[in-house]
Design a protein around this ligand. Structure first.
Ligand SMILES: Cc1ncc(COP(=O)(O)O)c(C=O)c1O
Length: 391
């Protein structure tokens, strides 16, 4: 069977896929159908942060799936309650709503903020230009990039867009109808832009002064990616609502909307739901992910190897004029190019290195959190080899 042809024939053509079919993964490596090995510096968009098929996660999935796979949220299950407790203890000390994807976690946050504001007639939300919050109609409406909106208008009303890292642009948009501000502490899809510390501190202050909820979308940047268990811990700013997905299940679909107690209490019986949300198998995987990631040694590794990677990328920038800028935090890094990066991603793939390009010209690196400096050297040497043709 020609799988590339079959994909074209049988699957909605919504993804521009790279020409490779993976059949196996282990740790930081993937193998294609011809047994060619690849070093994965993308982790399925920050999902496989603990590496592919981590033995503890495989074991947790296996053990739970032999006991119980699904019962619906009309009943209690142990893994869901345990994962919620761990998430709450690690973050806001509040409550958790489980769903299956990042968009759903943000959808829940948007509904929660609206219901919270509803008592006082508030429903508007401030989001940011260049942001990305998902593909459902509400999360698309919160996404500050026109290219994703095209063809789907009219979108949900009530969203206003401020400039990222610009506090006065937020201040100007606040009205008596504003209920919340939603922001990625590090914009991912938008081009890997970490927020300035003063900006997030200022946002918290603005939200307090105007009685607005502050929502942090840590779907891409959370769970150890920045060297802290949550990105907000780098900033000393605590949100009212925190959304997580991607790496939470180690590859299994589980997402969480965590809210401080008084906010979580806004939802009553029947206000929100999800058939699969908090599925016991996914939650069992999530419990293991948190045990692996919430580890001082691993988080230190992210910080150290991330700093090393950033400095190596800066060296490449000095060497190759085609690199305009290098930025990021921990192991969420980007190299902005003066040219389109698609071809470079393709050439790295041919040489056995998986990276990504976002916004047409930002090479995005999201390797597993346990890589070492030697892995960085390997990746940088492949990249250098490719970039030398673009001087
Ligand atoms: C910051 C952020 N929010 C939300 C989403 C949407 O997540 P999902 O694709 O799981 O719906 C993404 C996905 O890339 C993301 O990066």
């Amino acid at each position: 069977m020609n799988y590339f042809e079959a994909d074209k024939r049988y699957i909605f053509q919504t993804y521009k896929r790279n020409p490779v079919l993976f059949v196996r993964g282990s740790g930081k490596y993937l193998w294609d159908g011809k047994d060619k090995k690849y070093l994965d510096f993308f982790s399925g968009i920050s999902v496989s942060s603990v590496g592919h098929c981590h033995l503890k996660i495989v074991k947790a999935i296996k053990t739970q799936s032999e006991k119980l796979i699904h019962v619906s949220n009309l009943y209690y299950t142990i893994p869901q309650i345990e994962l919620a407790q761990t998430l709450s203890d690690l973050s806001l000390g509040g409550k958790v709503f489980f769903s299956n994807s990042g968009a759903e976690a943000n959808e829940c946050a948007i509904k929660l903020a609206r219901k919270f504001g509803n008592k006082t007639g508030k429903y508007e939300m401030i989001a940011f230009n260049n942001s990305f919050h998902g593909r459902t109609i509400a999360t698309l409406s919160a996404t500050g990039q026109k290219k994703f909106h095209k063809g789907f208008e009219p979108l949900l009303s009530g969203f206003k867009f401020a400039e990222f890292d610009n506090l006065s642009s937020v201040d100007k948009l606040i009205s008596p109808k504003t209920c919340a501000v939603i922001v990625e502490p590090i914009q991912g899809e938008g081009g890997v832009y970490p927020a300035k510390k003063e900006f997030l501190i200022g946002l918290r202050k603005l939200c307090n002064e105007n009685k607005l909820l502050l929502i942090f979308d840590e779907i891409q940047c959370g769970l150890g990616r920045t060297g802290k268990i949550f990105a907000y811990k780098n900033y000393g700013v605590i949100p009212d609502i925190l959304t997580l997905a991607k790496s939470l299940g180690g590859g299994m679909p589980v997402a969480a909307t965590i809210a401080k107690k008084k906010v979580a209490g806004t939802f009553g019986f029947g206000d929100h739901g999800s058939t699969f949300g908090g599925n016991p198998v996914c939650c069992a995987a999530g419990i293991e992910v948190l045990k692996i990631v919430n580890d001082k040694k691993l988080l230190k590794n992210v910080e150290e190897v991330g700093n090393y990677f950033l400095s190596e990328l800066r060296k490449l920038q000095k060497k190759y004029d085609v690199i305009k800028n290098v930025r990021g935090l921990g192991l969420m890094l980007g190299a902005e190019l003066k040219i389109n990066g698609k071809e470079i991603v393709g050439k790295c793939l041919q040489k056995g290195l998986l990276i990504n390009c976002t916004q047409d010209n930002v090479l995005r690196f999201l390797p597993p959190l346990n890589i070492n400096k030697k892995d960085v050297d390997t990746a940088v040497s492949v990249l250098s080899d490719v970039l030398k043709n673009y001087r």
